[in-house]
Design a binder for this molecule. Structure first.
Ligand code: FCB
Length: 506
């Protein structure tokens, strides 16, 4: 099993090791090994490209068959991307380097030595991509702004050419009646700020709010929905604990210092937004993973799953929506944890500055054994960390309303990778992705039917792209990118999605 695959599995192994307060290599490997079993068992890996054109025709037809479930009028249908994963043009028009440029150019960090230097070349091909979105019928497009394209050093001088690119993009969306949904931070911290301590430096929260203010001023008249941070949990777990993402740290204690500063950044950016008086709405984008005990009726496993829920979900949700970190997680981190030294009076209130909605990203559940380890119970996708469980989305949405109130929700990421390839008919057949999306939309529909205020759904991703430590070998798009030519080819899932949007239902 390639090294990066193992490390990617750590994206959701996350806290079992922390809860034992022993971030030992052994427990890390134990978690990874559990995951690797599922990916090697026959029949469990889930996604296979058809051997020949038409081979999967029946499957494709069957999965595409409408289920007769209508979504509410006005439901938003979108797709999501992020700057470093698609833009390329890493060195153009005054963009400064981000930590992902540094990380991907460090040998051994990314599979195949891939980098985001060119990616899907969206910086140059955005018009074609806008037309593609229009042709699919998207009503919402979620993308992120590269902080170092706008402010190359992270603070100080603004790069107008960088802002101009995003202005053209936003205007292009509006010309096509597609709502822009803008993420301010999708992991690509300016390298200049990492050099000043990055998220371990409290000042980074203020730098983020200053940058956000620049973007609000430049695009605020045209953007109805803003997202502050993308998945702070992944930054904490994978960037600071396991080191498989930039900045590549392995320090479980300091990771929660970074976590606090990220959450503070979120709160300050919400406050900066309110100060502009702009009409749009703002939210954080949180990846939530329901935690189930395994076995289900085991008391120790139930307690362990409860704590895992704290690390996976409540740490971030409670901070934003309840005004403080959950006590069980703080207790588990321990009284000597460095996070206690960096939480100042008033921080909790800043972090809990009211938001307008919550952006939910759902990929997988976690199953927690009595000792706290995560176990793989279900078939995974080609991403070994991703057990496929659509009901987990339903459970998550319903739980949010139960525990956090009636806030409007948007799903800002959901999807799976497939080993897609162009076959003899020139097309890309991905019925497994259609089935995944259909089943998750059915789960979302069930939650809506029970009164959950879900407003919109964004598939991850519009395009195949640079999948972080996996590089380009994992394809998550509904549109295939032939990297040597940069040709875009709608996969069968894109064609299916067009139909879903047209009839506002599955
Ligand atoms: C999410 C990230 C996104 C992409 C998908 C597969 O965690 O936000 O950029 O990597 O996973």
């Amino acid at each position: 099993m390639p090294a990066t695959r193992t490390t990617m599995s750590q994206r959701t192994i996350s806290q079992q090791t922390l809860s034992q307060r022993t971030l030992s290599r052994r427990s890390l490997l134990r978690g990874a090994a559990a995951l690797s079993v599922a990916t090697t068992l026959p029949g469990l890996s889930g996604c296979t490209a058809p051997a020949a054109p038409g081979t999967n025709g029946a499957l494709e037809e069957a999965t595409a068959e409408p289920l007769g479930l209508a979504f509410p009028t006005g439901f938003g249908w979108g797709a999501a991307t992020s700057a470093y994963q698609i833009e390329g043009a890493a060195d153009e028009d005054g963009r400064g380097p981000s930590i992902w440029d540094t990380f991907s150019h460090t040998p051994g960090r990314v599979a195949g030595g891939d980098t985001g230097d060119v990616a899907a070349d969206h910086y140059h091909r955005y018009r074609e991509d806008l037309d593609l979105m229009k042709a699919l019928g998207l009503t919402s497009y979620r993308f992120s702004i590269s902080w170092s394209r706008v402010i190359p050093e992270g603070t100080g001088a603004v790069n107008q050419r960088g802002l101009d690119f995003y202005r053209r993009l936003v205007d292009g969306l509006r010309e096509r009646d597609i709502d822009p949904m803008v993420t301010l931070f999708h992991w690509d911290l300016p390298q200049a700020l990492e050099d000043r301590g990055g998220w371990l430096n409290r000042d980074c929260a203020g730098w983020f709010a200053d940058y956000a203010e620049v973007v609000y001023q430049a695009l605020g008249d045209a953007v109805p929905t803003w997202l502050t941070l993308n998945e702070p949990k992944t930054v904490v777990n994978v960037g600071y604990i396991y080191g498989a993402h930039a900045p590549g740290m392995r320090d479980a204690r300091q990771a929660y210092v970074a976590a606090h500063h990220l959450m503070l950044a979120h709160g300050l950016a919400v406050q900066a937004f309110r100060a502009t008086g702009l009409a749009g709405r703002i939210a954080p984008a949180l990846n939530l993973a329901p935690a189930y005990p395994d076995p289900p009726d085991n008391e120790m496993a139930t307690r362990a799953a409860e704590l895992a829920d704290g690390y996976e979900n409540r740490f971030y949700l409670d901070a934003v929506l309840k005004g403080g970190y959950p006590q069980d997680v703080l207790d588990d981190l321990g009284p000597a944890a460095p996070i206690h030294g960096v939480i100042r009076d008033g921080d909790a209130e800043i972090i809990a500055t009211p938001v307008d909605l919550l952006a939910v990203q759902y990929y997988n559940p976690v199953f927690v054994a009595p000792g706290g380890n995560y176990v793989t119970k279900l078939a995974t996708s080609d991403a070994s960390w991703q057990q496929i469980y659509p009901d987990g989305l339903y459970d998550t949405l319903v739980r949010l309303r139960r525990d956090y109130g009636d806030l409007p929700l948007t799903i800002t990421e959901n999807g799976r990778p497939c080993s897609d390839r162009i076959v003899a008919d020139g097309r890309v057949h991905d019925p497994e992705r259609i089935a995944f999306l259909r089943d998750h939309l059915a789960a979302a529909h069930r939650a809506i039917a029970e009164g959950v205020r879900l407003e919109s759904y964004h598939v991850w991703s519009l395009l195949d792209n640079f999948e972080w430590a996996e590089g380009y070998r994992q394809r998550w798009g509904i549109v295939y990118v032939d990297y040597p030519t940069q040709r875009r080819i709608e996969k069968s899932s894109a064609q299916w999605y067009r139909g879903v949007i047209a009839r506002n239902g599955i």
